[in-house]
Every structure is written in structure tokens, then in C-alpha cells.
Design a binder for this molecule. Structure first.
Ligand SMILES: C[S@@+](CC[C@H](N)C(=O)[O-])C[C@H]1O[C@@H](n2cnc3c(N)ncnc32)[C@H](O)[C@@H]1O
Length: 511
């Protein structure tokens, strides 16, 4: 069901609390630089349609050099986001205004970064025009747009499935049942219908697998992904045509693993793509090769291509930190073509150098690995892959880190307090990277216990067990709830692992 202000957007269930690193202006530097573009200094940033607001709350708390603005017209979500921003002490200005209202405010600065994740596909043409006009007026020359959207041809076989789900809900769904029940009923209907082996299914057998995948997903996510009135996947060139009015040029994928052609395209496909002179047709052909359904891209208003020396200098100055645990350093990477091993001659020496978890520049790394025969180009490719695997992250400036520390500490405390009664947030904020850090519920509570003076795994586990037992909660292991003291034994084991493996990384990331 949707209310009058919602323009057909699902509003009777709130969205999931996801964190999306691509929305971080700190993180966008490296992909832009490796793609050969100047990365602007970002002081004013805006997130449109921030959902539960976890990304914007983390970025506003952790990025002390960036002033954040944002809107999401769902008041419950905007209230939660505003509260997180307030508790962290950040000065983010977050509103519950519709795009048309927010974009016509007269008190907004010009932005060097505008981000919208999971918005473009799910709004009307009218709203798309509002956003493009906003970007045209408010994104500074040289500024970056991050935009993600469902794309063709990746969605071409499954789009009819979405149509049927929505059609069933529109025709058969009782408004009083709510969108979650309606989504479930649509799936039951399709399940039953597909046993009749309709011709469309026979011609598109991958849809059966797709349906199985959908059935396992969070119903709140499904309601927002599939049940809005508006749902318009686009070819790359169609989005490009929209963004042309805002003078934007495609810069690169925000997924740094996409930049590695040899992981995603066959040598013949790479040669074919390189023979295409037009960059837009090249992107379209690439989408046909990889058949991806969701694009996450950076666009620039007037990109400035870096000269060779300029690019090398900017890359050498980029500050990075290792953010993977020692017991989970990656050894392989998944591309469209399959899994590839990470070269022993390049990756272990990188890990060895970064394993002090201190901040280093790529230039430092080059100086250390150059004599071992590793070139800057190889290093840059390896770092792109490791950024894509979240094993390495870009780092903020020193003075910004100091200023961010009390704010991230306050936000992390507020998030951990929500975890006492359950909570659906699985990230903390890092003042070093300006980004989110994966933090499941028990890890948040172990951290809280440590902040309160707990010193050993037994202390941390005891703290968490007190919280769980007071609420008659038990740990579910192998599908069954543990009984009595078995919970404490399990928690002590988990706390020991957290202390040994996770905590050193969290300390390095300033948590
Ligand atoms: C699919 S959710 C994505 C939320 C968030 N960006 C994320 O990825 O977690 C789309 C969000 O856009 C908001 N939204 C949709 N139409 C809007 C409009 N016209 N004005 C403001 N917000 C809107 C919804 O309330 C919803 O939170």
C-alpha cells in the first residue's frame, strides 16, 4: 500500500538498513584515479533517497571534512537517519522531503558529490527529470555523481517475472494485507503457475533458478525491489541520454573488480571491445558480454583526463590501509569468467608490508615492492582488486581523522545500543577510512563490553549473555537454540575469536 505523498513508492514497510561504500567520496578517489580521471576535492556531498540512512549517517560522522545533505521522503526512515546523525554529533542536514521539494530548496550549497543508490529504477520519469535538473544545477563542474540502476540486457529474461509478481499483487492483493503478505502471495501464485510449465519458462529456463533465489530473499527488500509502481531498468545508453542534460560523462564502474578486463571478458571479447571507437557503444557491448543486472557507476561533470605523470603522482600519494583480518586475507577473486587465484609474487608481499595495519601510501608500497620486480601498474591492478574485495581501503587526511574520532565513537555506541535489543544494523563507522566497517550484532556487543572495561573473552561473553538471557534469547547453532550455559560457552569461544582476529583490525581502523 502507498500513501498520497509516496507517488506509488512502497511505504508501508521500511527498507533494510544497508551500508553502501560506493556512496563514500573518500572511496571514489581510487577508482577514478585508476581510470585516469582527476578526483576532485569533495567538501559538500548529498545523498538522494538515503533509505534508513545508515550510509549517510556513517559518512557524515566519519568524514569530518565533508558536509552532508540528504533526503528520503519516508518520514520514519528520515527520523531514524536524523537521530543517528544527531547522536554522532555530525552536522548532516537530513530531510523527509520528496525529491521535488528538496531539490528546490534555496539553502543548498553546490555539491562536488551527489549519490543515489537504488533509486533511479524505482521512480517515475517525472522524478527522474527532477533529479537530472537538480544535478544540472547543483553538481559543480568536475563533481562526481554515483548512480546505481537495474540494467538491460541483464534484466531482459527476468523482467517478465517482476511484471507477474506486481500484476498479481495489483489485481489480487487485498490492501489490508500489507505489501509483505502480498509479496508472499504473488510468489506462491507464480510457484503454482510455473508447475504448469508455461512456454515463457520453457524458453527462459534460468527464470526457475531466479525464482528460487527471490524466494530466499528478505521480504522487505523484495517489496522495495519488485513492488513499486515504477520499475524501469535501462540500457546504458538510455541512462546516458538522461544524464546528458546535466552535462555528465561516464567515468568508470564503482566496482573496481569491473575494471579488470581479464577477469570478466575473454581475450577475444577484450579485442572486440577495444576495436569499438565509441565509449558508449563499448559500455553497451560490455553489458552484453557480462550480462550484469545492476550497474554501479561514477559519472563526472566535465571529467579531466590525467596526464601520465599526473596520474602516477596522484596514485603514489593515495593513502591506504589493510582492512582484512590476518586469517582472512584473500587468495582468490571472483570475476564474470569465474574464480582466479591472486598471484603469489604480488599479493603476499603487499599483505606483508601492510600487515602492520598502519597507513601507507601507494608510493611507499611501490618503493618496497619495486625492487622485487612489481611495477606500479601491477600494484594498481592488485590494489583495485583488493579494494573490490574490501581488503584494502582508502584513508582520510590526518587532521580529518582526529576530528572524526569522537563522532564515530558516538555513532558506534548508538548503533551498539540498538544491538542490545536486536537491531538490524551490521556496520560501525571508521574515522580512518571514513567508511563503514562490517560489525555483526555480537561483535558490536563485545566491543561495547570492552569499552565499558571488559578485558577478557570471558568478560565480553558474560556481558552479552546477560543481555541475551534478560530477553529470553538464546544462540541458534546448527539450526537449534542452545540451552543454558552452552550459550556462555559458545559466546566465550566467539568472543575469543573476535578478540584475536577482528579486534586488531578494528583498532587499526580507529574503532
Ligand atoms: C530502494 S530504496 C533505497 C534506499 C537507499 N538508497 C538504500 O540503497 O538503502 C529507495 C528509497 O527512495 C525513497 N524515495 C523514493 N521516491 C522518493 C521521492 N520521490 N522523494 C524522496 N525519496 C524517495 C524511498 O523512501 C526509499 O527509501
Amino acid at each position: 500500500m502507498s500513501s498520497e505523498w509516496s507517488a506509488g513508492y512502497v511505504t508501508d514497510v521500511n527498507y533494510t538498513s544497508g551500508y553502501y561504500p560506493e556512496l563514500s567520496p573518500i572511496r571514489c578517489r581510487l577508482p577514478l584515479l585508476t581510470a585516469g580521471h582527476h578526483a576532485p576535492k569533495i567538501e559538500n556531498a548529498c545523498e538522494l533517497g538515503f533509505g534508513q540512512g545508515l550510509s549517510v549517517a556513517i559518512h557524515a560522522a566519519a568524514q569530518s571534512g565533508v558536509k552532508w545533505w540528504g533526503t528520503d521522503f519516508n518520514p520514519a526512515q528520515a527520523a531514524r537517519a536524523t537521530e543517528m546523525a544527531r547522536l554522532s554529533g555530525s552536522d548532516a542536514k537530513l530531510y523527509d522531503e520528496a525529491f521535488s521539494e528538496f531539490c528546490s530548496r534555496v539553502d543548498l550549497p553546490d555539491f562536488e558529490f551527489i549519490g543515489l543508490h537504488g533509486i533511479w529504477t524505482w521512480i517515475s520519469d517525472e522524478n527522474r527529470s527532477v533529479l537530472v535538473d537538480f544535478i544540472r544545477r547543483k553538481l559543480r563542474p568536475g563533481g562526481v555523481l554515483y548512480i546505481s540502476y537495474n540494467t538491460y540486457p541483464g534484466w531482459s529474461s527476468a523482467a517478465p517475472l517482476r511484471h507477474l509478481m506486481k500484476r498479481h499483487a495489483d489485481v489480487m492483493g487485498a490492501p489490508g494485507d500489507g505489501i509483505i503478505t502480498q509479496t508472499g502471495q504473488s510468489l506462491e501464485f507464480i510457484d503454482k503457475f510455473f508447475t504448469l510449465n508455461p512456454g515463457h519458462l520453457a524458453a527462459n529456463p534460468s527464470i526457475a533458478e531466479r525464482l528460487k533465489g527471490i524466494e530466499k530473499q528478505d521480504r522487505k527488500y523484495l517489496a522495495h525491489e519488485y513492488m513499486n509502481r515504477d520499475w524501469t531498468p535501462m540500457y546504458f545508453a538510455e541512462l546516458e541520454a538522461w544524464l546528458r542534460d546535466a552535462k555528465l560523462t561516464f567515468a568508470c564502474s564503482a566496482n573496481t573488480i569491473d575494471h579488470m578486463h581479464n577477469l570478466n571478458l575473454t581475450p577475444d571479447q577484450i579485442a572486440f571491445m577495444q576495436s569499438i571507437p565509441d565509449p558508449s557503444l563499448r559500455e553497451t557491448v560490455r553489458d552484453f558480454c557480462v550480462n550484469q543486472q545492476f550497474r554501479r557507476d561514477y559519472w563526472i561533470r566535465g571529467p579531466r583526463t590525467l596526464g601520465g605523470h599526473e596520474q602516477v603522482t596522484a596514485l603514489r600519494e593515495e593513502r591506504i590501509v589493510l582492512s582484512a583480518q590476518q586469517n582472512a586475507l584473500p587468495t582468490k577473486v571472483q570475476g564474470v569468467l569465474g574464480e582466479a587465484g591472486l598471484l603469489d609474487t604480488i599479493y603476499p608481499p603487499i599483505f606483508e608490508y601492510l600487515s602492520d595495519y598502519k597507513i601507507h601510501t601507494i608510493g611507499d608500497l611501490e618503493a618496497r615492492l619495486g625492487p622485487k620486480g612489481v611495477t606500479l601498474a601491477q600494484l594498481t591492478s592488485a590494489i583495485s582488486i583488493l579494494v573490490g574485495l574490501s581488503a584494502i581501503q582508502s584513508v582520510m587526511g590526518g587532521s580529518e581523522i582526529q576530528k572524526a574520532k569522537p563522532r564515530t565513537a558516538a555513532l558506534n555506541r548508538a548503533i551498539a545500543e540498538l544491538a542490545i535489543s536486536g537491531g538490524d544494523i551490521s556496520n560501525f563507522a571508521s574515522p580512518i577510512t571514513g567508511s563503514g566497517v562490517s560489525a555483526p550484532r555480537f561483535h558490536q556487543l563485545f566491543w561495547m563490553s570492552k569499552q565499558a572495561g571488559g578485558k577478557t573473552p570471558a568478560d565480553w561473553a558474560g556481558f552479552v549473555w546477560q543481555i541475551l538471557s534478560a530477553q529470553n534469547q538464546a544462540i541458534v547453532k546448527d539450526g537449534a537454540p542452545l540451552q543454558g550455559d552452552d550459550n556462555l560457552v559458545e559466546l566465550t569461544s566467539q568472543a575469543g575469536i573476535w578478540g584475536e582476529q577482528v579486534l586488531p583490525v578494528w583498532i587499526a581502523l580507529g574503532l
